[in-house]
Design a protein around this ligand. Structure first.
Ligand code: CDP
Length: 217
């Protein structure tokens, strides 16, 4: 019997990791979990009930009650939600409360794809395939700017670049589960790639890992 194909896709905001995770899920017929949505949901639901992202206890109570079915709200995909997410994500108790749900998904017998910041390092350190997807901050800001404009948000490129740099610093600098490339993750820099080219590169990384060849790039 072959081991389940669990693919961990980590990386910073707007690096392309979400789209790559979705495409890999389609290619290999695997369910996909966008773990960032969990943190976004906690942040938005907390503020909606009058709380503040720096209130670890209140954020944890929400995280403890969250289910994978609760992630459909478009409000979780806004610029503000990304900021709240990164603020609640610094609390260790919040991360712990969301861990079982993610690890349960990672252990599905048929395999899974999960994208986030700490999937290859903390949630599924034994994943047989790990990618760390990145791109230059200016490129990521441009992608996110276009995405938010298409969603109808009034944003400027400069604001989004600031958001991205601030979030990179907070996510990479936090004490618990910082955003970092796992030692055995293959680096995929999508700065000069279209999404089709990036998906193809990701697919080759998966194939090489399955064949035990390491990085094909
Ligand atoms: O889509 P984008 O990359 O902007 O963000 P996301 O993946 O939705 O994640 C939003 C925030 O949640 C990140 O900035 C992190 O602070 C946090 N997060 C995390 O700490 N751990 C994860 N596995 C996923 C997201």
């Amino acid at each position: 019997m072959t081991a389940p194909l669990m693919i961990a896709v980590d990386g910073p905001a707007a690096s392309g990791k979400g789209t790559i995770a979705t495409r890999l899920g389609e290619i290999y017929g695997l369910p996909v979990l966008d773990s960032g949505l969990l943190y976004r949901a906690v942040g938005v639901l907390l503020v909606r009930q009058g709380g503040r992202p720096d209130d670890a206890a209140a954020a944890t109570a929400i995280a403890e009650g969250l289910a994978a079915e609760d992630l459909d709200d478009p409000a979780f995909r806004t610029r503000q939600a990304g900021e709240y997410a990164s603020q609640v994500a610094v609390h260790s108790a919040v991360r712990l409360a969301l861990r079982d749900l993610q690890q349960g998904f990672a252990r599905r017998p048929d395999g899974a794809v999960i994208d986030g910041r700490d999937i290859g390092t903390v949630i599924a350190p034994d994943a047989p395939v790990k990618l760390y997807v990145t791109a230059r901050p200016e490129v990521r800001a441009e992608r996110r700017f276009r995405q938010l404009l298409a969603q109808g948000e009034a944003v400027t490129h400069v604001d989004i670049l600031e958001d991205i740099l601030r979030r990179d610093a907070r996510d990479g600098g936090r004490a618990d589960s910082p955003m970092v490339r796992a030692k055995d993750a293959v680096l995929l820099d999508t700065s000069e790639m279209t999404i089709d080219v990036a998906t193809d590169a990701a697919r080759r990384i998966v194939e090489a890992a399955r064949a035990g060849r390491g990085s094909p790039l």
